[in-house]
Design a protein. Structure first.
Length: 160
């Protein structure tokens, strides 16, 4: 049974809204690197990360801000190919202050243990593209603005 584009958009938005961990892909001198991260969504429905300046992936982003964020859900069966997943591509930018602290803590309250450490910086991902795979023969690419609008609808809050 084919899933329509609107349903895929809703599923992708829900996947991103409920994500508590993800894989951040970076590149350094032509070599890829992947790391576990804990995203939150800011008021613009853009991913927000809290990264240690000591981490390899943070050093990669400082040198080359292009990155990808892979969010996965729960497989529909024993077959891992049934796992819904959303890959967001874009650029990461370090934020100059900790003004996103409360937004991040709403999603990750345990982060109070380290959020104020001097070596941690907030990064915002400015998403340029998104690709959702809901399982076999169930894939779509979206303009990120469409995904943002669906997130706002799903969360019942206005943009910004």
């Amino acid at each position: 049974m084919a899933v329509n584009q609107e349903q895929r958009l809703q599923d992708a938005a829900q996947l991103l809204l409920t994500a508590r961990s993800a894989t951040l892909a970076t590149v350094h001198e032509g070599m890829p690197h992947a790391a576990l991260v804990t995203p939150a969504l800011d008021e613009d429905a853009q991913p927000l990360l809290l990264l240690s300046n000591l981490a390899v992936h943070t050093r990669h982003l400082r040198a080359h801000p292009a990155c990808a964020l892979l969010v996965t859900g729960t497989p529909a069966s024993d077959n891992p190919q049934t796992t819904p997943r959303l890959c967001l591509t874009g650029e990461a930018r370090a934020l100059p202050d900790k003004s996103k602290r409360e937004i991040f803590l709403k999603t990750h309250p345990y982060a109070t243990q380290y959020i104020d450490f001097a070596d941690f910086t907030f990064w915002k991902l400015f998403i340029l593209g998104s690709n959702y795979v809901g399982g076999f023969a169930n894939a779509s690419s979206f303009q990120f603005a469409a995904l943002q609008n669906q997130i706002f609808k799903s969360a019942m809050r206005p943009p910004g």
